[in-house]
Design a protein around this ligand. Sequence first.
Ligand SMILES: [Zn+2]
Length: 113
Amino acid sequence: MHELSVAESILDILTENARSSGYQRVKLVRLEIGALACIEPEALRFCFDAVMKDSLADGATLEIARTLGQGWCTPCCRSVVIEALYDACPLCGNPNVKVTAGTAMRVKEVEVE
Ligand SMILES: [Zn+2]
């Protein structure tokens, strides 16, 4: 499952941050997931709890914010909002929208103690 490796990479980030910032426990993790990142928030929550068990973030709350997908439509010569990868341009129907944003996942904020 893809979300499992995502959760593992979050743990890596937290472990790394904990080392450089000197904290012991993570209470809350705020994630930003692009609409085109192909990450299922509910599946990720499930994996998150399992992966964080017995780690520095055991029992931490996971907050997920979704960011919009964006692409560039050449016929329209403008940036458009798209809901999924390979979506056509919502304005002109052009199927070759070049994805420009919304494919990334990042840890936006952590609350620690
Ligand atoms: Zn267009």
